[in-house]
Ligand binder design. Structure first.
Ligand SMILES: NC(=O)c1ccc[n+]([C@@H]2O[C@H](COP(=O)([O-])OP(=O)(O)OC[C@H]3O[C@@H](n4cnc5c(N)ncnc54)[C@H](OP(=O)(O)O)[C@@H]3O)[C@@H](O)[C@H]2O)c1
Length: 254
């Protein structure tokens, strides 16, 4: 079995890499940091290829597919992504557009191209990493939340298409809350909620996708409860609460 993981140089992507290596998977890992990729390759037990690539460029994403299309990928994990904090009008447009390219466009392209191959083989798994943010609009992280809403909506729709076709191909969407990774440092934000360990999130996500073929994967009982309760709360309230939580998040950092 072989897995392709984007954003595997740190955090959740690295946890996926370590766990899939433990279970005997060969790996292709993608990230921009060459030194980190090389060091990870040395640490992992199974055959691991590192590809240094900036996936916020469409041409690179297409090249990644060309490089990997004959590798017989069984598991694709679209994990690379980042967030940004600030009022919408104050956020840097160039960085925001890079985020849209990475969080949405790269994931979209890779999902489509690898899904076509997996459907031909009638086997395979794609795990798209969204966020709990994917269920809501997010004042002060408006663009990030919107990118994750896109990821969840796209993934759920594909899941249903595949289910109706009775294929052995599964597309799942991972929707975690805060995880202790480099995410906060990059997004320049500190959340009030306790962060989960990336290894725990990865273990749970892989089990739910590979063993239970889940459409939506929400790690942690508290988050599941929060998501369930939020169904009964008017969207105007949810917006106010999210805004308050996000505003307090930056106040802590400052
Ligand atoms: N941490 C959280 O609280 C949290 C919560 C919900 C969802 N998520 C999602 O989880 C995923 C993983 O994030 P993380 O928390 O593990 O953060 P992280 O530790 O910052 O990891 C992000 C990964 O993405 C890679 N990456 C960033 N920009 C890239 C680019 N342009 N091209 C290729 N790779 C790129 C980084 O590698 P290089 O720097 O080497 O390129 C790194 O390996 C993201 O999609 C994030 O939105 C995180």
């Amino acid at each position: 079995m072989k897995a392709l993981i984007t954003g595997a140089t740190s955090g959740l992507g690295l946890s996926f890499a370590k766990q899939l290596s433990e279970t005997g998977h060969e790996l292709i890992l993608v990230g921009r940091d060459k030194a980190k990729l090389e060091s990870i390759q040395r640490q992992l037990k199974t055959k691991t290829k590192g590809i240094v690539m900036d996936l916020s460029k469409e041409a690179n994403v297409k090249s990644l597919y060309v490089l990997c299309k004959n590798e017989d990928i069984d598991i694709l994990i679209n994990n690379a992504g980042f967030g940004m904090y600030g009022a919408f009008d104050t956020m840097d447009l160039t960085t925001e557009l890079e985020m849209i390219e990475l969080n949405i466009k790269a994931l979209h392209i890779l999902s489509k191209l690898f899904l076509r191959d997996m459907k031909k083989k009638n086997k395979g798994y794609i795990l798209n990493v969204a966020s709990l943010a994917s269920f809501y609009p997010g004042p002060f992280m408006a663009t990030y939340y919107a990118t994750k809403n896109y990821v969840r909506s796209l993934t759920e729709a594909i899941y249903q298409e595949l289910k109706e076709e009775k294929r052995n191909v599964v597309v799942s969407c991972l929707c975690p809350g805060p995880i202790a990774t480099n995410f906060n440092r990059v997004a320049k934000v500190q959340f009030r909620m306790k962060a989960m360990k990336s290894d725990d999130v990865a273990t749970y996500a892989l089990k739910e996708m590979l063993e239970h073929q889940k459409r939506i994967i929400i790690p942690g009982i508290k988050l599941k409860l929060l998501k369930w309760i939020s169904r009964f709360i008017p969207s105007t309230w949810t917006l106010k609460v999210t805004r308050k939580m996000q505003q307090e998040a930056i106040q802590k950092e400052n």
